[in-house]
Ligand binder design. Structure first.
Ligand SMILES: Cc1cc2nc3c(=O)[nH]c(=O)nc-3n(C[C@H](O)[C@H](O)[C@H](O)COP(=O)(O)OP(=O)(O)OC[C@H]3O[C@@H](n4cnc5c(N)ncnc54)[C@H](O)[C@@H]3O)c2cc1C
Length: 504
């Protein structure tokens, strides 16, 4: 049995996924394995992907990328969460912040105290108890100070970024090439499979050059050049649960200071994103083509920009779901080649990162053991399914009666896993996070409440606390959060001091 480490890996595709893979493998494998990346300038990249979740800093920290340098390179801004407008009902607004809700009280999560008070009409909106939700709409931002007092909400204050994903890929390319990754520009025109096991032997470029490797990572985007076109892996289609299948994207001029949060505004048959970068605003309209035409979607998008459009609107088509196997034979699919869930909670770049982490944890040797491959696939499928459920929640729990799309969403049958979680939350505000899933309890709580899934009762253990004490804790939390937000600098000031990119 050949238990030696792999000696060669070829990455096909140089978008965000390809260069994140190249950088991470170069760092982790330290030139013990030859890494080659093939990309085609002529084909280009998907060219969107501007909002992230906080986990990205773990990826950057692992590579050793200083935060200020990274933010400057990608012309980034900071993101404390997402403001959802008009989702459960027209006129509603709620915030999914990336941090804590209040302070847990012994074994009781803060949201249980809040439910207790809210049911008695004594608590404000849930957002009032989260520093992220209070600071973001005021335009305030800072990173967690290392000397913050233990009880300060600033002590643990996670943030994500808005950025130009193309610049991120370029930044990582420099990093990867400095660490020995060989880049080949060229269009793959053929994938050679070998007998008898059907593994990929090599890809052939338009120039006639043959690129062989022991292992291939397919980062070729939606088409899945290796995983689908060559290996016919198959696709699990979730359109019946997440019906949006198109997006129109357009950048516009930046007017006023950059807000430290994404806005996701529900529209008649989908929603619109607004993502502020240092020098422009990224916008897009995600919609369901069964309910809205491309022209209508474009008109709505262009009518709702802050400033002048800076490019022609671009249409992107997608099918929500994932490959039946993320890893098939000697090919791992990462990024859009592996599957796609719409960008409502900014999870795609995170899924690239977690796919890379999982691959490094399950790094195969030359045997390419099926046990290792199966574990990768089951973990990846689980992760996708839990994010899928989280996204469906935003659509399903709506009370809108103004548009057929929203009525259809409210009437769809949902996965059992989600139905059970909604029922338990509605019963008594309880949610249990599996260790492998992405979104924390506080994320689910904020979206459940925001989508008007109001618990009928709190956890019975809350009644062991005197009423007056619960009321005091909840009121005090609100006050501490408000005071803390008032001490924070404005987001633009923070960028000026820390990581302003040169004007271009
Ligand atoms: C509408 C929309 C909005 C999004 N918003 C977000 C967001 O806010 N946050 C987030 O995290 N993610 C978002 N994403 C996802 C994000 O854009 C992608 O996950 C990310 O950019 C990774 O793309 P990729 O590298 O897999 O594919 P691509 O960018 O498509 O790159 C594919 C690469 O493969 C190469 N290639 C293809 N065919 C060949 C060939 N024959 N020969 C050689 N090379 C080839 C191309 O040249 C390119 O280099 C969004 C996606 C869409 C569609």
């Amino acid at each position: 049995m050949n238990t030696e480490p792999l000696k060669s890996i070829a990455i096909i595709g140089g978008g965000t996924a390809g260069w994140m893979c190249a950088a991470a493998l170069a760092k982790a494998l330290q030139q013990s394995c030859a890494i080659r990346l093939v990309e085609s300038d002529e084909i280009g990249t998907v060219g969107v992907g501007e909002a992230t979740i906080p986990a990205l800093h773990i990826f950057n920290d692992t590579l050793g990328l200083p935060e200020a340098e990274f933010v400057r390179e990608v012309k980034g801004t900071f993101k404390l969460g997402i403001q959802f407008r008009n989702w459960a009902r027209q006129g509603d607004s709620y915030f999914h912040g990336f941090g804590k809700l209040g302070h847990d009280y012994g074994p009781n999560p803060f949201h249980q105290l809040w439910i207790h008070q809210r049911l008695q009409g004594k608590a404000g909106d849930l957002a009032d108890y989260s520093l992220h939700s209070v600071a973001a709409p005021q335009g305030r931002f800072m990173t967690s100070p290392t000397d913050a007092p233990v009880n300060s909400p600033l002590r643990d204050f996670p943030h994500a970024y808005h950025f130009d994903a193309g610049l991120y890929a370029r930044y990582l390319r420099r990093y990867a090439e400095q660490r020995g990754v060989i880049r080949t520009e060229g269009r793959v025109v053929e994938v050679k499979l070998r007998e008898p096991d059907g593994h990929i032997d090599a890809v052939v470029l338009q120039s006639g050059e043959r690129v062989a490797a022991e292992f291939f990572i397919d980062c070729s985007g939606f088409r899945g050049l290796l995983i689908e076109e060559a290996l016919h892996t198959g696709y699990v289609d979730w359109t019946h649960w997440l019906p949006c299948d198109r997006a129109i994207a357009v950048p516009c001029e930046k007017i006023g200071p950059a807000a430290p949060y994404t806005i996701a505004t529900a529209r008649a048959a989908g929603w619109q994103w607004r993502i502020p970068l240092q020098q422009r605003i990224g916008n897009g309209h995600v919609y369901c083509s069964r309910y809205l035409s491309e022209d209508e979607a474009t008109t709505t998008l262009l009518a709702n920009l802050d400033g002048r459009a800076l490019a022609e609107p671009r249409l992107l088509k997608f099918t929500t779901g994932h490959r039946r196997k993320f890893w098939n034979r000697n090919c791992l699919a990462v990024g859009l080649a592996s599957g796609f869930m719409e960008p409502l909670e900014s999870t795609s770049i995170y899924l690239i990162q977690s796919g890379i982490g999982r691959f490094l944890n399950l790094l195969p040797d030359r045997r390419l053991s099926q046990t290792v491959i199966d574990r990768y696939n089951s973990q990846a499928i689980f992760e996708f399914e839990r994010i899928r459920d989280f996204l469906i929640l935003h659509y399903y729990e709506n009370e809108r009666d103004d548009a057929p799309f929203w009525k259809a969403c409210a009437n769809m049958s949902i996965p059992e896993s989600l139905a059970e979680n909604i029922a338990l939350f509605r019963d008594s505000g309880r949610f249990f996070r599996n260790a492998e899933e992405m979104f924390a309890v506080t994320s689910w709580v904020q979206v459940m409440i925001g989508q008007r899934v109001m618990p009928q009762a709190c956890h019975p253990a809350i009644y062991t606390m005197p009423d007056a004490e619960i009321e005091k804790v909840v009121q005090l939390t609100r006050q501490v959060v408000a005071n803390c937000a008032a001490t924070m600098p404005m987001h633009e000031q923070f960028i000026d001091r820390f990581c302003r990119a040169p004007a271009t």
